[in-house]
Structure formats: structure tokens, C-alpha cells
Write a protein that binds this ligand. Structure first.
Ligand code: MN
Length: 292
């Protein structure tokens, strides 16, 4: 097994608001060297680092908007998000839960802090990822995978060193429950201080680490503090993560989709014509209807 080295450690950019409920640092595609093609199939990563929202009786969030051509994956570390979509579906993403939404041919949805949570206020901490779809699946039927925290498969690290939550793909034989269109590994590494563990992915996969809590050292060499993103190089397969203090790290690795990308706002397709078609369909109401 050859060593996969660290390409760079990126600090979080200045945050911006998505609607009034998501205060995010964008890493993909605007972070240095983290453009859509380099990180494909991970084409967008917005990170709401831990942030306190005061109580309100008017839930904060983002109103009705469309998506087409990819999947959105929302990971709630703290806080609760309610969502509704144009097919009549809806639900709540609670603490530790994951919502894997395949927008594919198109949905309209809205995402708000849950009403009861908003009344109390509190710390909010969340990741939203966009996962690309291959051309042949971009116009497939929308669907949801709601993954409750208690249903996530886990690998227990030896000596009580913590655990690896396997959201998708696998870790040392433990498989994630999420189904994906292309090969993807998505893991939450929850490591106790001093614990070191290793990861192995194909060399050519787009691989990155987001430090959610605590701080870690990668390959016994590169320090990565809270809220930093570690881009792994494509020079080898294996690397190690050691927790300098109790840590949570989101580990992402996926096979690149080697197809052209045409992206505009909430649509990610393969050609400019398909983007124009998406806007046309949206304006003509073909994504359905959803009240604000
Ligand atoms: Mn959305």
C-alpha cells in the first residue's frame, strides 16, 4: 500500500449566509484548489461551523428553491432542520442524522430550522454537500434516504478509542446504509484523544477531510485544527489520522466522474444547453409547486 500524502490544509473562508438560517464557509467549489472537477463527485461543500442562533418564533432558513442533476447530503451535528418538497414529502433532520436527497431530474424544496428548536435557540452545526450524478442518472427520479443516527453502522475502534460512523461506502468491512450512484465513502471518524487510525482508498479518488470538532494530525505530520479542510493528494492509497484532542472528522472519498460539468446556481449538468433547459423547465413550473 502506498502512502497518500496531504496536498494542503485549508482554513475556513469568511462565512456567508444562505437564506437567514445557514451561516456557511464554502470549501467546494470556491476553496483554493477545491473546484468541482478536482473534487468530483463532491461538487459543493458548505459548512455551517458551530454557531449560536438566539431564540425566535419565526424559524430561520432558506425558502423554496429548485435542484437538478445531483444529490444533496445534509449532516446535522447540532440543531434540527425541517424540510418540505414539491412531491409532498418532508421531515426533520435531527442531531446526528443525515438526509441524502437525490434531486436528479428536479425537486423544489425549502429548508428551515425546526420550529420547536427555533423557539429554544441554540448551537447549530451542519454540513451540506452536493454529490454529482453521472450523465445517465441526472434525469432519474428524485428520492430520499433519511438516515437516523441510531441506524448508522459503526466500526468500534480498539481500546475504547472511539468509532467510525459509516454513512456510505465502507470502513474495514463495515458498510454504510446509504446507496450511491457511483463509488463513495463517507465516514464520521469520532476519535478519542491520542487515538490513531488508518484509511485506505483508491489513489485516484477525490479525498478530503473536514475537521468538525477538536484537532488531528494527518500522516503524523500535518496538523489540522477545528473547521479546517484537508485535501489529500492522488499519489497513493493510505493515510493515518491521529486525534490531538477528542475529535470528529468527516472523511470523504469518491471515484471521480470523468464527464464535463456545466453548473449554474442550483443546477449541475453536463452542457450549457442542459442548464438552459433546466431554467426553462423551472420557469414553466415543471418542477412542481411548493408554498413558501
Ligand atoms: Mn437546497
Amino acid at each position: 500500500m502506498t502512502k497518500k500524502s496531504v496536498e494542503l490544509v485549508l482554513s475556513p473562508r469568511e462565512p456567508h449566509y444562505v437564506g437567514d438560517g445557514f451561516r456557511v464557509h464554502n470549501f467546494i467549489p470556491d476553496g483554493f484548489r477545491l473546484d468541482m472537477q478536482r473534487m468530483n463527485p463532491f461538487i459543493m461543500l458548505d459548512y455551517n461551523s458551530k454557531f449560536y442562533f438566539p431564540p425566535t418564533d419565526k424559524p430561520r432558513g432558506v425558502g423554496v428553491h429548485p435542484h437538478r442533476g445531483f444529490e444533496t447530503v445534509s449532516i446535522a451535528y447540532k440543531g434540527r432542520v425541517a424540510h418540505h418538497d414539491s412531491s409532498g414529502g418532508g421531515g426533520v433532520i435531527g442531531e446526528g442524522d443525515i438526509q441524502w436527497m437525490t434531486a436528479a431530474s428536479g425537486v423544489l424544496h425549502k429548508e428551515y430550522h425546526e420550529k420547536e428548536w427555533s423557539l429554544e435557540g441554540g448551537e447549530f452545526h451542519m454540513v451540506q454537500l452536493w454529490v454529482n450524478l453521472p450523465a445517465k442518472d441526472k434525469m432519474s427520479q428524485p428520492k430520499y434516504q433519511a438516515i437516523k443516527n441510531e441506524n448508522i453502522n459503526r466500526f468500534a475502534l480498539p481500546n475504547g478509542g472511539g468509532e467510525i460512523e459509516v454513512i456510505a461506502g465502507d470502513y474495514k468491512g463495515v458498510k454504510g446504509s446509504a446507496t450511491t450512484f457511483t463509488p463513495i465513502h463517507m465516514l464520521n471518524a469520532k476519535l478519542k484523544k491520542g487515538t490513531e487510525t488508518d484509511f485506505t482508498f483508491p489513489a485516484n479518488y477525490s479525498t478530503g477531510l473536514l475537521v468538525i470538532e477538536g484537532s488531528v494530525v494527518v500522516n503524523n505530520q500535518e496538523e489540522a485544527p477545528t473547521n479546517h479542510f484537508v485535501l489529500m493528494a492522488t499519489d497513493g492509497e493510505s493515510f493515518t489520522i491521529k486525534a490531538s484532542e477528542d475529535a470528529v472528522v468527516l472523511v470523504l472519498s469518491g471515484e471521480p466522474i470523468n464527464e464535463p460539468i456545466a453548473a449554474h446556481g442550483p443546477f449541475v449538468m453536463n452542457t450549457r444547453q442542459e442548464i438552459a433547459q433546466a431554467f426553462d423547465d423551472f420557469y414553466k413550473g415543471k418542477f412542481g409547486h411548493l408554498e413558501d
